[in-house]
Write a protein that binds this ligand. Structure first.
Ligand code: F6P
Length: 319
């Protein structure tokens, strides 16, 4: 291969820039030219192509967001859109494509691979909801953002002796809430993967109050319910002064943690290696500190599990 392209797609995640940097450097080592495609699959359809040389990825390892910008494309989901994308890549002489994004972006990458464009995926999403990889790029940064927010919320919760419901992102996944909840000492963690009983949650809050703990944080993953709904129910059942914080897109921004930078660097470099080895329809994955290339089909057939022991431990530590 002499020319490959890279794009970032779906929700941005801290560390996407570090992955781009790794793609460009690894390709340069093999004297392969890299084309950056702006605005994800939408930009692929609009031929938003520009060469990425080493200087274009200077000074970005520490930056959140994505210098290529990101987008969600409806047009690309159609047959006609995918044919147009393939035609645009062929016309530009692009022989391989690295897609940095979540599972939705992987499905687009699979479609291109089926149409004869060698395409590989790099897991970039704060949600950590992609099967076949222990972690996705951006998850650790998002978790740290949530923990930092919890520290601050706890100060005011204690000062006013209040109960806070904090809503986290994650789509249908509770990975962010679970991990941040354990690290931030949440009194309760509500995630889609584990059924919950609000009466039990409230009972535990009352026990804690009875032993003198007058503040608490309930972390609720967006895939469970709105933080406002939970707060209303908690207030009704306990009478406690309750407030809500929806962390929202704060969780997507900011500098990537060292963990995410290293993860992104390793996975981005491996993506180029996989393409140059002739691979296609492969997802770069991080499993037990090893970097692997897993077929998209296996990823789509899998189900990302939570680590139940973390959930159980968090419940014990919260009492
Ligand atoms: O997939 C990342 C994510 O931030 C989810 O956690 C969230 O549900 C969604 O994207 C929000 O999407 P948007 O930025 O389009 O509002």
């Amino acid at each position: 291969m002499e020319k490959i392209a890279v794009l970032t797609s779906g929700g941005d995640a801290p560390g996407m820039n570090a992955a781009l940097r790794a793609v460009v450097h690894q390709a340069a080592m093999h004297e392969v030219q890299v084309i950056g495609i702006s605005h994800g699959y939408e930009g692929l359809l609009n031929r938003e192509f520009a060469p990425l040389d080493l200087s274009s990825v200077d000074d970005i390892i520490q930056r959140g967001g994505t210098i290529l910008r990101s987008a969600r494309s409806e047009r690309f989901k159609s047959e006609a859109g995918q044919e147009q994308a393939v035609a645009n890549l062929r016309e530009a002489g692009i022989e391989g494509l690295v897609v940095i994004g979540g599972e939705g972006s992987y499905r687009g990458a699979q479609a291109l691979a089926e149409r004869g464009i060698a395409t590989v995926g790099v897991p970039g999403t704060i949600d950590n909801d992609i099967p076949g990889t222990d972690y996705t790029i951006g998850f650790d940064s998002a978790v740290n953002t949530v923990v930092e927010a919890m520290n601050k919320i706890r100060d005011t919760a204690t000062a006013h002796e209040r109960t806070f419901v904090v809503e986290t992102m994650g789509r249908k996944s509770g990975q962010i809430a679970l991990t941040a909840g354990l690290a931030g000492g949440a009194e309760s963690i509500l995630i889609p993967e584990v059924p919950y009983n609000l009466d039990n949650v409230c009972q535990r809050l009352k026990w804690s109050a009875a032993r003198g703990k007058v503040h608490s944080i309930i972390l609720v993953a967006e895939g469970v319910a709105s933080g406002y709904t939970i707060a209303q129910e908690v207030k009704k059942r306990t009478g406690f002064d309750t407030r809500v914080t929806v962390l929202g897109h704060l969780q997507r921004g900011g500098a990537p943690t060292a963990f995410d930078r290293i993860l992104a660097s390793r996975l981005g470099a491996q993506a180029v290696e996989s393409l140059l080895e002739g691979g296609s329809a492969l997802a770069m994955s991080y499993v037990k500190d090893e970097v692997l290339a897993v077929p998209f089909r296996e990823v789509f057939a899998g189900k990302k599990q939570i680590n139940r022991s973390l959930y159980d431990l968090a419940a014990i530590l919260a009492i």
